[in-house]
Design a protein around this ligand. Structure first.
Ligand code: FAD
Length: 508
């Protein structure tokens, strides 16, 4: 069977990827997207002369040698020239403890710096760094493990993956990563750490819930120069994928919100949009928010115990406030990312904000006019607080204004004289994330990547419903650019298998 039609919900990275692979394999696809442009949470917007990038911080696998790189190429992204190597993962500034640590790609330097702040943890640091070093290169075989959907993998595929890992990382470190101490959540692992400063470093390198191996993998990728910064921001990454999709013959309609999936005899047959129009297809793929897909648009009719349990108890990524400023000055020596642990927390609702994650867009001229820079401070926050507040627009706006002032006051300690140079302020709340992407409770990366969830396989299909598939961050726990792009590929691989076709790819 060839030339079957597919409707895809969502022109985020997963939806665009599904569309591209569908077109490469002879399907006729049409994407319906709620927003007025592609990218989903990989979003950017302009304020006066400044480009505010509210998405992707860094891209993994931007250099040849990884199957992630092949994936980017198949999808039409030209990374040469628009992706620069990241040499510093970030700077950790502890205003109370007085620590100022640069986490660089040089693992020897990192080991020395960590030992300097935590001399009682030398043995532990040596083993962490040795494991990160052992993982260098191994990340290539891990990423190739994602190229094929788990639905189509056989025991031999898993055995090959396991052996590749053992060969590259060693049996002892493989054991530690899968079953031993490095499989524990970082927050749990740091109980064995003596130094409070080292504990703070490890917990803040990524999220405290991820397993230790995940953080070590990031360090390995950094050391391998396999983490890049998008010099043109999210638009420079998303636009070529959308162009590739259209060049392959795909259709996309923006400002088109799907409200209901049309189902006949437990077979998906199309969608009804908010404007009342109905659109039919042989196959329907949702690359949109998982909860609204399953429980609203399908009425919760196609679930099993596992799905119910997941949506009842799995934690979501904690949503963010992003305070961005267009500033009339340059920051030539500032690392692109810093975590500032505040001496004076910011009160917000019933909580306080203890940490600011500062992003400085000083690595490209695309974000601001000459001599100026966009800086952005983000922090975790509560969905309910902002969702309630937005019902009273003046109060919501006033709180955004107050947050901007509080954030600037804290940044003044590091960059005196900053406030008068601010030309543009932009505050995006979790409610903003929901409004533009419909992700449940502003969860911009879907599920929280806990040590358990991150390795849990979520099927791309729903029980009892045929001709229906899911792609994107709600079936790839923890989200992220490569997993979401791969998930679109996975759906088309399953379709091809069902249609007895050879899955093919092509490079633009
Ligand atoms: C600030 C930030 C930083 C990040 N940093 C990184 C990073 O450094 N590295 C990394 O790998 N990843 C990062 N990510 C994560 C990564 O960008 C996401 O996991 C990924 O882009 C999600 O893609 P998606 O297509 O699955 O979902 P989404 O982007 O949410 O796309 C879903 C699309 O579906 C549309 N939609 C929803 N409901 C409907 C409906 N009913 N009808 C029509 N359309 C609908 C939405 O409008 C949206 O466009 C970051 C994300 C954010 C927000």
């Amino acid at each position: 069977m060839t030339d079957r039609s597919i409707i895809i919900i969502g022109a985020g990275l997963a939806g665009l990827s599904t569309g591209c692979y569908a077109q490469m394999n002879g399907y006729r696809s049409h994407i319906f997207e709620h927003h007025s442009k592609p990218g989903g949470v990989a979003a950017a917007w302009t304020r006066k002369d400044f480009l505010i990038d509210g998405g992707i911080h860094f891209l993994m696998g931007h250099r040849p040698g990884q199957s992630i790189y092949d994936l980017y190429r198949e999808l039409g992204t030209a990374l040469e020239g628009c992706c620069t190597d990241m040499t510093t993962f970030g700077r950790l500034i502890d205003e109370v403890g007085g620590m100022d640590l640069h986490v660089t790609h040089d693992l020897d330097r990192l080991a020395d710096d960590l030992k300097a702040i935590a001399p009682d943890d030398t043995k532990l640091i040596d083993d962490l760094i040795a494991t990160a070093r052992a993982m260098q290169g191994a990340t290539a075989s891990w990423s190739s493990g994602m190229a094929k959907t788990p639905e189509l993998m056989n025991p031999l595929d898993y055995l090959n993956m396991f052996w590749a890992n053992v060969r590259e990382v060693g049996i002892w470190r493989t054991y530690k990563a899968f079953l031993g101490s490095y499989s524990r959540p970082v927050a749990d692992y740091v109980r064995d750490v003596n130094s409070p400063l080292l504990r703070r470093v490890l917990v803040n390198l990524f999220l405290p819930e991820v397993p230790v191996w995940f953080v070590l993998m990031l360090l390995a990728l950094l050391a391998d120069r396999q983490i890049g910064l998008l010099a043109e921001g999210c638009p420079g990454f998303v636009r070529p994928i959308e162009e590739r999709y259209k060049a392959l013959g795909g259709e996309v309609t923006y400002r088109a919100t799907v409200e209901v999936f049309l189902v006949e005899k437990h077979r998906a047959v199309g969608v009804r949009l908010a404007d009342g129009t109905e659109h039919l297809a042989d196959v329907v793929v949702s690359a949109a928010d998982g909860r609204s897909t399953i429980f609203d648009m399908l009425g919760g009719r196609y679930v099993d115990k596992k799905i119910q349990e997941r949506y009842r108890s799995w934690p979501l990524i904690r949503p963010w406030v992003m305070a961005s400023f267009g500033v009339a000055r340059e920051f030539p020596d500032e690392p692109h990312f810093s975590l500032i642990m505040l001496k004076e927390p910011i009160p917000l609702g019933h909580k306080v904000i203890n940490d600011l994650y500062l992003r400085v867009f000083n690595y490209s001229t695309k974000f601001a006019p000459p001599g100026k820079t966009v800086i952005q401070a983000s922090f975790e926050t509560e969905w309910d607080y902002w969702e309630n507040l937005q019902k009273d627009r003046p109060a919501y706006d006033a709180e955004k204004q107050r947050v901007a002032e509080e954030v600037l006051a804290r940044l003044e300690a590091h960059h005196p004289g900053l406030s008068p140079l601010v030309e543009v302020s932009d505050i995006a709340t979790p409610y903003t994330t929901w409004r533009y992407t419909l992700n449940h409770r502003g969860a911009y990366e879907g599920w929280l990547p806990t040590a358990k969830n991150i390795t849990t396989f979520i099927p791309r299909t729903l029980p009892g419903l045929s001709n229906f598939y899911m792609a994107g961050q709600w079936v790839m726990p923890g989200g992220g650019v490569p997993p979401c792009l791969f998930s679109g590929r996975h759906v088309v691989q399953i379709l091809c298998k069902g249609d007895k076709k050879q899955f093919v790819t092509s490079i633009a």
